[in-house]
Design a protein around this ligand. Structure first.
Ligand code: ADP
Length: 580
């Protein structure tokens, strides 16, 4: 973790150095001024200073105060400002890391937790690198300088006046431990609360459809209350810190006035010296009062840094292969599954002994019951998950050897669950080819048979979809997703149940367009409707992760197995629809 903090701070070492130098300069001056005041007061009371002398001393003090103001400004800019820059860097690093983490990581995380990391934990690190650094240097330098000057003024007065301080340090350390523990609970409850809100807003349709608003509000109320109680438990202790420290601080001053006053009356201490002494003590008390707060801040930040460090240490499973982009930036589309077996972490085998050769340019299909492993095949081809070595080959090479960019540039997918971003329709279609000309976007939308729908929207291709935009129907969304895959014009195209939300006539139209424009392409269609795949070159039927039938449509119908039965049922359904 230390290395992690060092890497964050390293590029800004110079800025920190300037800021800390400015801080030390200010503290040095602040410790120097009481001496000047002492000389002036002693000079006045002993009649050694005339009005010109007083003016000279006062001008010095004024000049130094001005320098201190400049110094304070500099350390604010150089330390606090830099901590903001590091916060910005850290957010960016975290986001980049989120983008590289594999699907398996996200399958095991709650979005709410990740959001909490990105906001609270990054903020806590900023506080440590801003206020934390400042207060640490401030405390060390001011306490040390004041202590030396106090000892120089009067050693016995120093010892008496500092007697109550160990109590203060003990109280600070003790309370900050409790605060640290309670802060961790606050973080957990906050993550839980944000998670609940995020999940409920995303799933609002299901909540409403099942009439669960009341129950969900109740759940939220419980989470909200727990968060509130955790906050209160923390604040109760945190707020004890200041009054207690001030009490101890006041006790030290009482000792100084009482004992120091008697020394002045005895004549062993000059009045100016007592004044300077109280000022040194004042200089020292403020950072001491802040010690508890500082421990508390550093403790909280440490917890946040640990959580972030764990997040950054999460393994990126799906990585680039050993071949460089320049060697392999194009693939032609020969695919081979060679005795492929696969299981998700903590799951049984999902695919077993898959042997299948897909020739470049062929149109093939996968059918099978839900859960038989069809989507898993598509995900392995896109390397959302890692297959075992040498079990999945593309153009004769192990898929694991390819750079991810090559794979994803050359393989387009229309996933089962279409996700459109809160952007314009044009931006959504051009998502995988951001430099696409508008004519390309139009052509892709025509092939996906969604052009006319788009032209009916008030702002056509510039219509915003998603949050605060128009709502597309399931079929329209699906076709925008098809256009988004087609515009990439990649040699391999995977359609994962991508025509389920369109009617049969639209489906025919899209398939005809696809056939006309993808002669050279390898197309893999995962489908439930046999009409979608009737003229495919090769069809496999999956059941519980195994291939149970394979061949062309006619061959499979003649086989009289699962496929033939599925076909018979669908024909029957069509006939019923016609007569109805
Ligand atoms: P299909 O596309 O044929 O409906 P899938 O490939 O989606 O089937 O799923 C095959 C099997 O793998 C199912 O039993 C499913 O529950 C399981 N599965 C899918 N994704 C995961 C995952 N991330 N972790 C564990 N098991 C999974």
């Amino acid at each position: 973790m230390r290395k992690f903090v060092y890497l964050l701070v390293k590029p800004y070492r110079k800025r920190y150095l300037i800021g800390i130098m400015a801080l030390l300069f200010v503290n040095f001056t602040q410790s120097y001024i009481p001496g000047l005041i002492r000389n002036t007061v002693n000079g006045i009371s002993e009649g050694l200073l005339d009005s010109g002398g007083i003016l000279k001393e006062v001008s010095w003090i004024l000049g130094l105060a001005l320098f201190m103001a400049i110094g304070r400004w500099a350390w604010r800019i150089y330390v606090m400002g830099t901590s903001r820059i590091i916060e910005c860097d850290l957010r960016e690093k975290l986001y980049l890391h989120f983008e590289t983490l594999s699907q398996n990581f996200y399958n095991n995380q709650k979005t709410g937790d990740l959001m909490a990391h990105a906001t609270n934990d990054v903020g806590a690190v900023r506080q440590a690198l801003g206020n934390g650094v400042l207060l640490t240097f401030d405390a060390i330098s001011l306490i040390a300088m004041s202590f030396i000057l106090m000892l120089k003024t009067n050693p016995s007065l120093t010892i008496y006046s500092l007697l109550p301080l160990p109590i203060m340090v003990f109280v600070s350390v003790f309370l900050s431990r409790i605060i640290g523990a309670r802060f961790r609970v606050v973080q957990e409850e906050f993550a839980n609360l944000t998670g609940k809100v995020q999940e409920n807003i995303s799933g609002i349709r299901v909540v409403k459809a099942f009439g669960q608003e009341k129950a969900e509000i109740e759940n939220f109320r419980t989470a909200n209350k727990k968060n509130f109680q955790a906050q209160i438990a923390m604040v109760r202790i945190a707020n004890l810190m200041r009054p207690l420290s001030m009490l101890v601080g006041a006790a030290t001053f009482i000792v100084v006035i009482w004992y120091g006053g008697s020394l002045v009356i005895e004549g062993t201490l000059l009045f100016g010296d007592l004044m300077a002494f109280t000022m040194y003590l004042g200089n020292m008390t403020w950072p001491l009062l802040n010690l508890g707060w500082l421990f508390n801040l550093l403790n909280r930040s440490k917890a946040s840094m640990l959580r972030l460090w764990e997040l950054f240490s999460a393994e990126v499973e799906v990585k680039d292969g050993c071949l460089t982009n320049s060697v392999l930036d194009k693939i032609s589309g020969d695919i081979e599954f060679r005795n492929l077996s696969f299981n998700y972490p903590n799951s049984d085998l999902v695919l077993e002994d898959i042997n299948w050769k897909i020739k470049k340019g062929s149109k093939v299909a996968i059918v099978g019951k839900t859960g038989s492993g069809k989507t898993t095949i598509a995900e392995l081809l896109l390397r959302v998950y890692n297959p075992n070595p040498r079990e999945l080959l593309i153009d004769g090479r192990d898929i694991l050897e390819y750079p991810l960019k090559t794979l994803r540039d050359n393989i387009s997918e229309v996933p089962q669950e279409n996700f459109l971003f809160s952007a314009t329709i044009a931006e959504n279609i051009a998502f995988g080819k951001t430099d696409a000309a508008i004519s390309e976007i139009e052509t892709a939308s025509k092939k996906a048979d969604v052009y006319d729908n788009i032209m009916d929207f008030p702002e056509k291709f510039q219509t915003r979809v998603g949050e605060r935009g128009v709502t597309l129907s399931g079929g329209q969304k699906q076709r925008v997703a098809i256009a988004r895959a087609l515009i990439k014009n990649s040699p391999v195209l995977i359609l994962d149940d991508s025509l389920s939300a369109v009617d049969t006539a639209t489906e025919d139209l899209i398939l005809n367009n696809l056939r006309a424009s993808s002669e050279e392409k390898t197309v893999i269609i995962i489908a439930h409707r046999i009409s979608t795949i009737e003229d495919c070159d090769d069809i496999i039927v999956l059941d519980e992760g195994r291939i149970i039938e394979r061949g062309k449509h006619q061959e499979l119908v003649a086989l009289g197995g699962f496929y033939a039965e599925l076909y018979r049922m669908q024909l029957l359904e069509e006939q019923i629809k016609q007569y109805a």
